[in-house]
Design a protein around this ligand. Structure first.
Ligand code: UDP
Ligand code: MG
Length: 308
C-alpha cells in the first residue's frame, strides 16, 4: 500500500470519555482534506478504558492506528513516538482532548500547500483554561520569550502540521528532555501560523497536572538556553563586587574605631568565601552546560535543501 498523504498523531492518556468523539471528528475532518490518511493514536500508558476504546475504533476503520507505549512516558515522548511511526507526506500533531479542533487541519494543510510553507502551527488568540493554570502558562510564555533567544511566537503549543522534510529535521533531535514547540521553532524552515481560539478540554481532568507542567517548563529552559546556569555566574560576580564594597566599608569602620573587635575579619571572610564559591560554581556551570550540550548530541546545522 502506498504511504498516506496525511498522518495525524494524537497522544492519549486516560481519555476514555473522549475517544469516540475524537474518532468521529478526526475521520470527518481529515476526509475533507484527503482520502489517503492515517491517524496514529499513541496510548501513553492509560490506566482507564482508553486502550480498549482505541482498538474498537481501529476495528471500525483501519486508518485509525494505535501505538501502545509500555508505560506513561509523558506527552512530549508520546508525540515523538507517534511522529517516528508516521509515514505521511504531511504530518500533524494534535492533543486528544479536543482543545485543538481537528476541523482546523484542513486550513493548516491548505496554508502549507498554497504558501509553500514547511510548518504551520496554531496560534491561540484566547484561552479558556481556568485561572491559576492560565496564569502559570502565561508567565511561562512571557519568561520563555524574554530569556530564550529563539524567534518564537508566544502562545503556541503542539498543534501543528509539518511537511516530510521539516519533520525529518525535527526528528533528528534525539535529546531526552525536550520541549517540542521550542524545538519546532529552533529548526527554522519556512513557518506560518493560523489563529484559533482555544477552548477548554471537552471532558475529563487535565492530564498535564501542575507538576508535569512545571517539569516541562524546566525542560524548555534547560534544553534551549544556558540561562539557569548563568544565574550562578552573575550572582558570583555580583558577590565579588559586594565583597570589595564591604572591604572598604569594613576598613573605614575599623579605622574610625566604631567596629567591635573581631567583627571585621568575620564578616569579610563570610563575604569572600561565599562569593568565591558562587563564582566558581558559575564557571563550573558554564562547563557543565557545554558538556550537557555535547551529550545531547544535536546536529550543528540542518541542510534545508540539496541542489545537486
Ligand atoms: N497526555 C499524554 N501523556 C501524559 C499527559 C497527557 O499522552 O502523560 C495527553 C493527553 O491525553 C492529551 C494531551 O496529552 O491528549 C494533552 O494533555 P492535557 O490536555 O492534559 O494537557 P494541557 O492541555 O493541560 O496542556
Ligand atoms: Mg488539554
Amino acid at each position: 500500500m502506498s504511504d498516506p498523504h496525511i498522518s495525524l498523531v494524537i497522544p492519549i492518556y486516560n481519555e476514555e470519555e473522549l475517544i469516540e468523539t475524537l474518532f468521529v471528528r478526526c475521520i470527518n475532518a481529515l476526509s475533507k482534506v484527503s482520502d489517503n490518511f492515517e491517524i496514529i493514536c499513541v496510548d501513553d500508558g492509560s490506566t482507564d478504558k482508553s486502550l480498549n476504546k482505541l482498538i474498537e475504533c481501529h476495528n471500525k476503520d483501519i486508518r485509525f492506528k494505535v501505538l501502545i507505549l509500555a508505560r506513561n512516558f509523558g506527552h512530549q515522548a508520546a508525540y515523538t513516538a507517534g511522529l517516528e511511526y508516521a509515514k505521511g507526506e504531511y504530518i500533524a500533531m494534535m492533543d486528544g482532548d479536543m482543545q485543538d479542533p481537528p476541523e482546523l487541519l484542513k486550513e493548516m494543510y491548505e496554508s502549507l500547500v498554497s504558501e509553500s510553507l514547511d510548518i504551520v502551527y496554531g496560534k491561540r488568540t484566547e484561552r479558556k483554561e481556568k485561572f491559576p493554570k492560565r496564569l502559570f502558562i502565561n508567565t511561562f510564555h512571557l519568561l520563555f520569550k524574554k530569556i530564550i533567544k529563539i524567534d518564537m511566537d508566544v502562545d503556541v503549543g503542539n498543534f501543528s502540521m509539518f511537511n516530510r522534510k521539516a519533520l525529518n529535521a525535527f526528528l533528528s533531535f534525539k535529546e531526552r528532555s525536550r520541549y517540542l514547540p521550542g524545538l519546532r521553532s529552533f529548526i527554522g524552515f519556512s513557518q506560518g501560523s493560523i489563529e484559533y481560539s482555544r477552548p477548554d478540554r471537552m471532558r475529563g481532568e487535565a492530564k498535564m497536572n501542575f507538576g508535569k507542567l512545571f517539569n516541562l517548563g524546566l525542560d524548555a529552559f534547560f534544553s534551549l538556553s544556558n540561562f539557569p546556569i548563568r544565574i550562578c555566574l552573575f550572582t558570583g560576580l555580583a558577590g565579588v563586587i559586594l565583597f570589595f564594597l564591604a572591604t572598604v566599608y569594613t576598613l573605614v569602620s575599623k579605622l574610625s574605631g566604631i567596629a567591635p573587635f573581631g567583627w571585621s575579619s568575620t564578616i569579610l571572610s563570610i563575604y569572600l568565601v561565599a562569593s568565591i564559591q558562587l563564582l566558581f560554581l558559575g564557571i563550573i556551570g558554564e562547563y557543565i552546560s557545554r558538556i550537557y550540550k555535547e551529550v545531547q548530541n544535536r546536529p550543528l546545522f540542518i541542510v534545508k535543501q540539496f541542489i545537486d
